[in-house]
Design a protein around this ligand. Structure first.
Ligand SMILES: Cc1cc2nc3c(=O)[nH]c(=O)nc-3n(C[C@H](O)[C@H](O)[C@H](O)COP(=O)(O)O)c2cc1C
Length: 434
């Protein structure tokens, strides 16, 4: 298909650029992958057949905004408060791990943009930049929160929380839906896990307790970075579930370290769990299904929000994420009872495409979208977003959207089966089996 001995190559006045395709197809034989492969696939992967991801988008599609006319929106404001921080808009940067697989600028660039726009930034425990460097890039004016994947090593947890607090991370967000990554076909098929390649463990490798754990196991990160980063990620995505009994300890520990700053649980999808958070005295919840990356076939996060906000919205600060792709989605979530919305994939895509500038462009575009939407739909501030501004679409819209999605997933399936075939050939050639 692209024969490098093709005699015409020598006759051409320009190189046979097309051979670059062959080079990339060939890479797997050499144990490498094409550039950008890791980040692109990792960000796009969903759990299972992507049904939860589809449900997230369908739920937004079902709700429709009802614009109002001849309202004086000339002095409208997107401003709101999250805990006691006054921020530009009810929009924040969701915690997203290992940003350096999208762009070498990583978390530092993202947190810098967040601060410039006066939007809260959440740093993930799986981040590929140290807590200290992110704090410095986010600067003295930045509003920043720390998202915890809780290790089964209390001393390590305390060390991370202490570093976070000493570096100005003002709220703790415990993520409870990811003791381990969900089953994501594409990542498994491509062996796509940067940490096992010795990449992205900066958070652990800058932690004194984690370094002492490496020492105890005879791992020198300067000599064997793969062993060190594997140990790090296995410490935080350990696959061992925590249960409600541990929450008081974590709340007390964080409050002791931070002098009582807010504690939040992220990943709540059921009314029962939301009520339990209220009973325990948790300050906030993020209604989230991790962008559909953990449980396939789960309820849409927006549908969960509707029920949760109704049940506990008056008693706890309810935040939302999963599937937001534009300002109208933000408004719909707020209308259904969220007080604040986090964004993940939108800024990841910006980061992948153009680093810091890409993140800035995407998030400024979202703010512009929000400002314009409020101007033309008759909304003056976040207090105007309530159920009265919502209508619903009809059932056949859902069916059509499902059909579009089915077409996309058929294409994905074909791609996957193609990849499987390559693996099978390789297996035949090597004469071994899985
Ligand atoms: C590539 C990727 C990495 C993520 N990493 C984390 C993480 O490290 N910690 C976490 O709590 N959530 C993580 N999430 C979930 C996000 O915080 C957020 O819940 C989700 O992305 C919101 O949905 P959206 O991407 O549709 O906006 C990740 C999501 C994606 C897409």
């Amino acid at each position: 298909m692209s024969d490098p001995t093709n005699p015409h190559i020598k006759e051409r006045t320009t190189p046979q650029w097309g051979l670059y395709q062959r080079e990339n197809f060939w890479r797997q034989n050499e144990g490498t992958t094409p550039l950008f492969n890791t980040g692109k696939y990792y960000a796009s992967s969903n759990a299972g057949m992507s049904n939860t991801h589809l449900a997230n988008r369908q739920a937004f599609y079902r709700h429709r905004l009802i614009p109002n006319q001849l309202i004086d929106t000339n002095n409208r404001s997107t401003r709101t408060k999250i805990f006691d921080h006054s921020v530009s808009a009810p929009i924040g940067f969701a915690p997203v791990g290992i940003n350096k697989i999208y762009h070498s600028a990583g978390e530092a660039a993202v947190s810098k943009v967040a601060s410039e726009l006066n939007l809260p930034y959440c740093l993930s425990t799986a981040g590929s930049t140290s807590i200290e460097k992110v704090a410095s890039a986010n600067g003295p004016k930045g509003t920043r929160f720390f998202q915890l994947y809780m290790p089964h090593d209390d001393e390590l947890t305390v060390s991370l929380l202490t570093r976070a607090w000493e570096n100005g991370f003002d709220a703790l967000i415990l993520t409870t839906d990811t003791w381990q990554l969900g089953w994501r076909h594409d990542d498994v098929a491509l062996s796509n896990y940067a940490f096992y390649r010795g990449f992205g463990a900066d958070m652990g490798l800058s932690d004194p307790v984690f370094l002492s754990r490496c020492g105890a196991d005879g791992i020198d990160p300067d000599v064997d970075v793969v062993a060190a980063s594997t140990k790090w990620i296995d410490s935080i995505w350990h696959g061992r579930a925590w249960s409600w009994e541990k929450i008081p300890w974590l709340m007390e520990t964080w409050r002791g370290i931070s002098g009582g700053r807010p504690f939040v649980i992220k990943g709540i999808q059921s009314v029962g769990d939301a009520r339990r958070c209220v009973e325990l005295g948790v300050e906030g919840i993020v209604v989230s299904n991790h962008a559909g990356r953990q449980v396939d076939g789960a309820v849409a996060s927006l549908d969960a929000l509707e029920r949760i906000a109704e049940a506990v919205g008056e008693r706890i600060y309810v935040m939302f994420d999963s599937g937001v792709r534009g300002a109208s989605d933000v408004v719909k979530a707020l209308a259904l009872g969220a007080r604040f919305v986090f964004i993940g994939r939108l800024w990841i895509w910006g980061l992948s495409i153009q680093g810091e500038d890409g993140v800035r462009h995407v998030m400024k575009s979202l703010l512009a979208d929000m400002d314009i939407l409020m101007g033309v739909a008759g909304f003056n501030g976040v207090e105007d977003f309530n159920r009265d501004i919502l209508g619903r679409s009809c059932f056949c819209c859902d069916v059509r959207m499902a059909a579009d999605f089915e077409m996309q997933s058929r294409i994905r399936r074909i791609t996957r089966s193609y990849h499987r075939r390559i693996c099978e050939w390789k297996t035949l050639r090597d004469g071994c089996c899985f």
